[in-house]
Design a protein around this ligand. Sequence first.
Ligand code: BEZ
Length: 219
Amino acid sequence: MPGLTIGDTIPDLELDTTHGRIRIHDYVGNGYAIVFSHPADFTPVCTTEMAAMAGYAAKFENRGVKLLGISCDDVNSHKEWIKDIEAYKPGCRVTFPIAADPKKEVIKQLNMVDPDEKDQNGQNLPSRTLHLVGPDKKVKVSFLYPAPVGRNTDEVLRVVDSIQKASQHRVATPANWKAGDAVVILPSVSNEEVQKLFPGGFEVKDLPSGKDYLRFTKV
Ligand code: BEZ
């Protein structure tokens, strides 16, 4: 069973959070949301990751992306933990909700279980999972990282930029792309359409095959 993956509709769960009860679909609304899990409150990597996301909150907001953290501890624990997170990175504010999941049911439904990490009762803890959810409530991207590997917030932002670019134009982003770089035109765009869709011009890479499929443009 692969569990929740790209293309799936995220379950419309009602969650207990530091901002009260939240239904996931209402929270996503007509924009994007990043739903991301952490193994536990008051743990070192999680504290640095949470502070990093808090420090980037304005960048996500500018892109129409809401943040929703999940850790299995309860809401009171999260509220205490937020004090540590904000102290660790002075100036950062955790303005987004953090959901609780003491029964560890939400993490199962959101495919956020780490098979190698267990709590003192032998129950599985969450992995460092991150789902980027689109306005259609479908998962656009998922990261599945184990507990020892903290996520790279710049990469999360880069992926948001890539997904949003691809949703606005018939393009994809090549290896190591970053915002402002050239993008590639989708193979489904014919050479007749390309002139109309990309009036600013495009460049075809000359390849040994003689096939003209690697077309770069700026959008
Ligand atoms: C951490 O956040 O540092 C962590 C949590 C669980 C397992 C390993 C590391």
